[in-house]
Design a protein around this ligand. Structure first.
Ligand code: 5AD
Length: 362
């Protein structure tokens, strides 16, 4: 049968073609899907081991210049209370990341471009480096910026950058964003990040309205061609105050299909890019309490626990019912670590956890 033929190719480490990837994304029996996850897991263990990388995620600000049709913190959503964390709040989050022995943190915010914003981030990077004596790795997730800004932040001490393309099909990208959000500008930002020497991560949303399986194959092939160091991707989750749902009235975001496709995408990314870092994202956790652990078993090796202060968190709702809103950090950490333990993996405490792919490229 078709699945078997492609499984044999994976085992023989043969190059997978578009049609093979489509076959794998279309697998529909439990047994076949489980086999795909097993193969991806084996490849993960061979290449990055059973070591989970934790990144403390700080949601610095929900102020956003963009108006993405799917996103709960889009510029036009007037019902969101906008905030900026203070320097002190960011530094205490960094202290928290050090205390929890995360090797690194991620600074994420809505997109803003201004000299003042560039300076603010620079100051934060320098401050975090200082108080952790250089031990804490810093990943940025701050959207499209100029090459000069990227260079400045790299020089200040950040070393990884996440910029999701959201979709690598330009026509789909256009349906998800207003006309002044340019696919080509975002794509160029990815190469600017490389030019600025960052380890580059990208990713997409999965099971979106208007999205075909073929679009998802395009995403996987694009991520492979870009030779990214990291991938962060997860299922689309509807938000009542975002217009996308109304634009696609017939679309049903079936949670089971979302979970299934989300995990398959992780598995296929692992097979195509064996030695990179792949995140089991919060969106998976939103679909099922054990979503992140299932992500690890399908090939992911990174988890980004949210260490944003509770008073800010509630205003950073990219989608509804985002998990981790009312968790006490230590409790949820214990639950996370025991979940990791239960699947026979361990945490790489106090390590930056750069991908072997990046080490090899250096
Ligand atoms: N569902 C799932 N993911 C979303 N994001 C934004 N809105 C949603 C949503 N409704 C993702 C985007 C963005 C990341 C920070 O969050 O992919 O890049």
């Amino acid at each position: 049968e078709q699945g078997e033929r492609v499984f044999a190719k994976i085992i023989a480490r043969e190059n997978l073609e578009r049609s093979d990837l489509l076959t794998l994304l279309s697998l529909d029996t439990r047994a076949d899907i489980a086999q795909l996850f097993r193969l991806a897991y084996e490849i993960k263990v061979d290449n990055v081991g059973k070591r989970v990388r934790l990144r403390g995620l700080v949601e610095l600000s929900n102020v956003c210049a963009k108006d993405c049709y799917y996103c709960g913190i889009r510029h036009s959503n007037r019902s969101v209370q906008r905030y900026l964390m203070s320097d002190e709040q960011v530094f205490s989050a960094a202290d928290e990341a050090i205390r929890l022995r995360f090797g690194s943190m991620v600074i994420q915010a809505g997109e803003q471009q201004s000299p003042a914003f560039t300076e603010w981030i620079t100051r934060l990077i320098v401050g975090i480096k200082e108080r952790s004596e250089g031990r804490l790795g810093i990943t940025l997730s701050l959207g499209e910026q100029s090459l000069a800004t990227y260079r400045r932040w790299f020089a200040a001490g950040a070393h990884r950058y996440l910029l999701r393309m959201e979709s690598f099909t330009p026509a789909l990208y256009s349906r998800l964003h207003p006309a002044d959000h340019h696919y080509s500008r975002r794509f160029t930002a990815l190469s600017d990040l490389r030019a600025a020497q960052f380890q580059v991560g990208s990713g997409v949303m999965i099971n979106l309205p208007f999205q075909s399986l073929d679009n998802l194959v395009t995403d996987l092939l694009a991520l492979r061609d870009l030779d990214v160091d990291m991938i962060g991707m997860g299922p689309y989750l509807p938000h009542a105050e975002a217009p996308l749902q109304g634009m696609a009235p017939d679309f049903i975001a079936d949670p089971e299909r979302s979970m299934d496709l989300g995990l398959k995408m992780i598995a296929l990314a692992r097979i195509l890019l064996p030695n990179i870092n792949i995140a089991a994202t919060t969106a998976l956790q939103a679909l099922a309490p054990d979503g992140r652990e299932r992500g690890l078993l399908a090939g992911a090796n990174v988890i980004m626990p949210n260490i944003t202060l509770p008073e800010c968190k509630s205003n950073y709702q990219l989608y509804e019912n985002k998990p981790g809103q009312d968790e006490i950090c230590d409790e949820s950490m214990l639950a996370l670590v025991s979940g990791i333990d239960q699947i026979g993996e361990s945490v790489g405490w106090d390590e930056w956890g750069d991908s072997p792919r990046y080490q090899a490229r250096k």
